[in-house]
Design a binder for this molecule. Structure first.
Ligand code: 9UX
Length: 72
């Protein structure tokens, strides 16, 4: 089973940031898909909640120097 999560992301100022954040997310066990938009500072992940939590996802983003918070 996978869920879709939406989050806002802060600290992305160029297109390379987007690639960086997407790359980090896609490497995480339990993350199936990740898309981040620079223009809207918005991201979407498809993840397996039995493997990874929203808190884990936020931590991974924040360790890379960005801010993230899930919308719901
Ligand atoms: Mo661009 Mo982002 O030069 O971490 S890669 S600001």
């Amino acid at each position: 089973e996978t869920l879709i999560g939406h989050f806002t992301i802060g600290g992305m100022t160029c297109a390379a940031c987007v690639n960086s954040v997407e790359g980090i997310l896609r490497e995480l066990p339990g993350v199936e898909k990740a898309v981040v938009a620079l223009a809207t500072s918005f991201g979407e992940v498809e993840y397996a909640p039995t493997i990874i939590s929203k808190d884990d996802i936020v931590s991974a983003i924040e360790e890379a120097g960005f801010e993230a918070s899930f919308v719901q």
